[in-house]
Ligand binder design. Sequence first.
Ligand SMILES: [Ca+2]
Length: 543
Amino acid sequence: MRLRGCLFLHGFLVAALASLAALLANAAIAALPVKSELVIGGAANTVDIVQAGDGSAQLYVVDQAGRIRILRGGALLATPFLDISSLVTFGGEQGLLGVAFHPQFASNGKFYIDYTRAGDGATVIASFRVSAIDHDRADPASRSELLTIAQPYANHNGGALRFGPDGYLYIGMGDGGSGNDPENRAQNPQELLGKILRIDVDGAVPYAIPPGNPFAAGGGRREIFATGLRNPWRFGFDRVTGDFYIGDVGQNAVEEIDFLPKGQGAGTNFGWRVMEGNLCTNLGGGPQCGAAAFTPPILTYDHGQGCSVTGGGVYRGRKVPVLYGRYLYADYCSGRMWAAARDGNGVWQTEVLLETGHQIGTFGEDGDGEVYWADLRNGAIHRLIADPAAPIAIEYFNAALGHYFLTAFPEEAAALDGGALAGAWKRTGHAFAVWSANEFGTVDVCRFFGKPGVGPNSHFYSGNPQECAKLATSPLWVFEAIGFRMRMPANDACSPPARPVYRLYNNPATLAQVNHRFTVDGTTYNAMRGAGWIGEGVAFCAK
Ligand SMILES: [Ca+2]
């Protein structure tokens, strides 16, 4: 018995779900159980929040006016880590705009900044070293300019700065400013404006060109990595997968998130100024709108929902398990924050996570992957936390047993986390929200495990009462508990905002090796299918 295809819906249940769907259509959106809490106020003009990757718990907070301050133990150190305010033109979209710490910062003390300089407002990429005698201070005398880029207008300076998984420094450059890229710079390979640049800060002084850059051998500026961007204000790499997410600010109509899988995308053209998001601008100046030469965004929203996108990162922390693997981004004007992920068909799905009411100018991550965001205007720094009142099902894996397990019982999770139960159970990071017992339209999910020595080496969950009854009388399975409550899918789909929980089983040689996994993460579902597991579609719908 492999339980393949044994999730079935009986007629009465389908009918009940259909009438339920009508009822629920006008119900309040059930958001993810995530809240935001204030970390600290008074950090003025925060445009970047970065950790140094050196194992320390502190964060470096960038003040657009030209200072970097250390946030440690819930307070900002009084003396700035770096103060270059005298070197910076500050105001509007100008100032100190980004910082990135060298991947070997712990040993070489190097970090890099992006600012618009005093006088002409040109972009400068410069490196610094931490002080040899005081690690809470940068050495101002260590400043070394790597790259200077003239800015024809005051706006659209980009400013994002991050090291990629390839060890190269990625630099976000806006199209130079004004409106509609009047000199068509983003499509011009002889211009550094309107691009993502990529340089090798270790290969030469001041830098070398990575051989994979599209114009490394000629045809355009050698620093260019990707083209056709309007104002890539914030971008970031997924610390687990290495995938690259770019928030590119739109003109008057559409905001967009662009995406490149790890190690791919050198030479990608993201379309501006021929396209704004998925729209044709009719400005011309490059390939035809909609041409295959352009890589479209994975996510867009129009100006009914905001006016300026702030790209974030993929949540990889532990404190908000339901966000694990989700890409977070926000709008500066509306304060709306979204969480996005690919479903089991590989299609990007997004949902509103929070209505913050704040002018979100940046996201940041600490060393543990916990996510912070800042209000650019009032200086407040916040972080995302789980709503402790909302139940979730947490996934564990026992590597020795090759066995996945889900629990929504807090006492059981505490016992597993504490090592009180046999075997080395570890959280996978994956989790999903479950419904409370009294929530309308939900069903009990029964939980079974394979009878030792007889049944599969697996835990199994079902929201189908007939299936629960069948397993209860099977010699192969032992009933454990009603694990949690879920809604059931209709035609293998969940009615948003409920999200599908996919079921997989491996393809074993013997019954004893059968193992099941239930995951809300579409990327994981597809990756496991690619690795030979058998996908069984949507088992139930998480809150
Ligand atoms: Ca674009």
